[in-house]
Design a protein around this ligand. Structure first.
Ligand SMILES: *Cc1c(COP(=O)(O)O)cnc(C)c1O
Length: 355
């Protein structure tokens, strides 16, 4: 790709690559050598820099710390056997970055800046992309308000930063999940569709409660009645019912996942019937009882395709058939992996080639 962004590059003189154990990569703990940083002030993005990963110096009064004017993205880079470096569908993340920005009263970032900043950073730290199966370089672009001002008002200055982390598999086993009937992560008219920090801060307590009850994750339901399924933790949720792929339709309480879109696109291409609509808790529970619901899984960049082993609801635990034999989710995971890791054809043109 053509780089037109004027980026000031300061490379590290003390790479941590050699001392990093690529056989032990707990998600989000290990950062590669460099980060990208840009500033927004006077109505424009400027000071594009790549510098060694390290601490920032900021005023303790910055608006993002007090009122949550902050949001992020998550995507991944892969290293192909032929030496190519690709990022999976970053244009979709650029689009969503700006949806989040709008909702949080923050400045949009031109798509070219989003793509070029990621390309430049990943290229510099290309040796940090793990090569093992199910491994990748997780890319975390984010933006936050930096005005040192305690009034509740949109900040006039912001930072846009990208960090990258070599990562392995996010979940190691099929999940035991709980259908949440007390708490909600998003409400109608709220900002659940944005990848805004507050959505995740508010989800921690319910998740911790579920963990205490022995569950791995929460299936969120609508905030009004807890009658309709919305998401699985920080991933979209999908079911196979009567051989059809069924998933909640997106709305302002549901994040429009890139993985979700990719799975639906592949299903339609294969002629699998797809239903994007409201999915009631009753339908899921009835499907589990009758055996018509044969697969359930989460879909997200971090989690990829995360099969669900059992679902708890109102004190009952319903077990799914062995998901290691699940036809659709296994096929879709294999196809996505073949595209991402360069083992199969990329018919949809989803890989954004960096070099
Ligand atoms: C990030 C995220 C997803 C998954 O989106 P992808 O683009 O597939 O990574 C789904 N739900 C929530 C709440 C998320 O934060």
């Amino acid at each position: 790709m053509q780089n037109t962004l004027d980026i000031k590059v300061a490379k590290t003189t003390a790479s941590r690559l050699q001392e990093t154990d690529f056989n032990n990569l707990p998600f989000g703990h290990i950062f590669s050598d460099h980060m990208f940083v840009a500033d927004y002030a006077d109505g424009e993005w400027k000071n594009f820099q790549i510098m060694p990963y390290g601490d920032l110096s900021l005023s303790p009064a910055i608006a993002s710390l007090h009122y949550g004017q902050t949001f992020f993205e998550g995507l991944k880079a892969y290293s192909h056997p032929d030496g190519k470096i690709v990022v999976f569908r970053p244009e979709k993340n650029a689009e969503r970055f700006n949806l989040s920005a709008q909702r949080m009263c923050m400045p949009e970032l031109p798509v070219e800046i989003f793509l070029e900043s990621i390309a430049a950073l990943v290229n510099i730290d290309r040796n940090w992309i793990p090569k093992a199966a199910h491994h990748s370089l997780y890319i975390r672009p984010y933006m936050f308000a930096t005005d040192p001002y305690l009034g509740v008002a949109p900040s006039k200055t912001y930072k846009y930063i990208i960090l990258t982390c070599p990562v392995g598999a996010y979940f190691s086993k099929p999940l035991k999940v709980k259908i949440e009937t007390k708490y909600s992560r998003a409400s109608e008219g709220g900002f659940g569709f944005a990848k805004a920090g507050g959505n995740y801060g508010g989800s921690l307590f319910p998740a911790q409660e579920a963990l205490k009850e022995g569950f791995d994750q929460i299936i969120w339901t609508d905030g009004r009645e807890h009658a309709f399924v919305e998401e699985l933790g920080a991933a979209n949720v999908m079911f196979v019912i009567d051989g059809k792929l069924v998933t909640p339709s997106t709305r302002d309480t549901i994040l429009k996942g890139v993985t979700r879109d990719s799975v639906l696109t592949l299903a339609r291409k294969w002629g699998v019937p797809v239903e994007e609509r409201r999915v009631s808790v009753t339908e899921v529970i009835e499907g589990l009882k009758s055996g018509r619901l044969t697969e359930a899984f989460g879909a997200g960049t971090a989690a990829t395709i995360a099969p669900i082993a059992s679902i708890g609801y109102e004190g009952q635990l319903y077990t799914l058939p062995d998901q290691s034999q699940a036809e659709f989710s296994n096929k879709v995971l294999k196809t996505l992996n073949d595209i991402r890791y360069g083992y199969g054809p990329d018919e949809m043109g989803w890989n954004y080639v960096i070099s």
